[in-house]
Design a protein around this ligand. Structure first.
Ligand SMILES: NC(=O)c1ccc[n+]([C@@H]2O[C@H](COP(=O)([O-])OP(=O)(O)OC[C@H]3O[C@@H](n4cnc5c(N)ncnc54)[C@H](OP(=O)(O)O)[C@@H]3O)[C@@H](O)[C@H]2O)c1
Length: 248
């Protein structure tokens, strides 16, 4: 039996792409899913699909930029399943543009979703893991959390921040003996709806070109399952997953 069986897993950004694929992968291995995102119709459809294959899933419409909604998500998970084993901090947006374009509203949104969303989830969900002395936080950073490129400056900044949060959380939980594992996942180009969040036409065209080699979201879902299914004394801390032919 997989060690994923009966684990309660919250996934933010579960309504598409990597989050949706991860929900399906973990459901097939017996996890109990708590699906979160803003689009209710997508969450409902995913819940139905999981239940149709005999899996267990609940959903809560959640905007990760709201501390209150994040706390309500944690409460929902605890009420439905009695514990939270894994948090997959996956919700993210990537409206890329050169700094000179001054898309300040998009900078704000990226910081709110990609950084504050991750922190709000940690604030709402990790305390119950500390109490149980058991848990696993999986944060979606990116290759953009390792490399900086023109047009990606603010997005890269948010993904560098996610890596810093992952490593800081890892060190603090290890120091305090809470038994909480932390995994930072850095995908390369993956097919999803993420490129649709880039509004700048020239930038979008360039990204479409780069994403010609993109791999399926399932590839990242399998990687996340691999990190979860290790024995509890083994923490996979860093994962970089690119298409084989992606150069940088
Ligand atoms: N695709 C790639 O090439 C790639 C590479 C490296 C890293 N990543 C990272 O992987 C993660 C998942 O991205 P993806 O590729 O799967 O993109 P995606 O298909 O666009 O999925 C993004 C998810 O985030 C959710 N989301 C956005 N804003 C939200 C908010 N305010 N509150 C709650 N949920 C929100 C969306 O749901 P709603 O709109 O329904 O809320 C959606 O489910 C992101 O953190 C991304 O940065 C992706």
């Amino acid at each position: 039996m997989s060690t994923i069986q009966d684990k309660v897993v919250i996934i933010t950004g579960a309504s598409s792409g990597i989050g949706e694929a991860t929900a399906k992968e973990l459901a097939s291995k017996g996890a109990k899913l708590v699906l979160a995102a803003r689009r209710e119709d997508r969450l409902k459809k995913l819940q139905d699909e999981i239940q149709a294959i005999g899996g267990q899933a609940t959903f809560k419409v959640t905007d990760v930029t709201s501390r209150q909604q994040m706390e309500e998500l944690a409460t929902h998970a605890l009420e439905k399943f009695g514990k939270i084993d894994v948090l997959v901090n996956n919700a993210g947006i990537m409206p890329q543009a050169f700094l000179a374009e001054n898309k300040v509203d998009e900078w704000d949104k990226m910081i709110d979703v990609n950084i504050k969303g991750v922190l709000y989830a940690i604030a709402a969900i990790v305390p119950s893991m500390r109490e149980r002395k058991s848990g696993h936080v999986i944060n979606l950073s990116s290759i953009a959390g390792h490399n900086i490129y023109p047009g990606g400056t603010v997005y890269c900044g948010t993904k560098f921040a996610v890596r810093a949060i992952s490593e800081g959380l890892r060190q603090e939980e290890a120091m305090n003996g809470t038994n909480i594992r932390v995994t930072n996942v850095s995908p390369g180009a993956v097919t999803s709806e993420l490129l649709e969040t880039t509004t700048d036409p020239a930038m979008k065209a360039g990204l479409d070109e780069v994403y010609q080699v993109a791999i399926d979201a399932d590839s990242i879902a399998r990687t996340i399952a691999f990190a979860i299914e290790q024995p509890s004394d083994v923490a996979i801390n860093e994962l970089i997953v690119r298409p084989t032919v992606q150069v940088v």
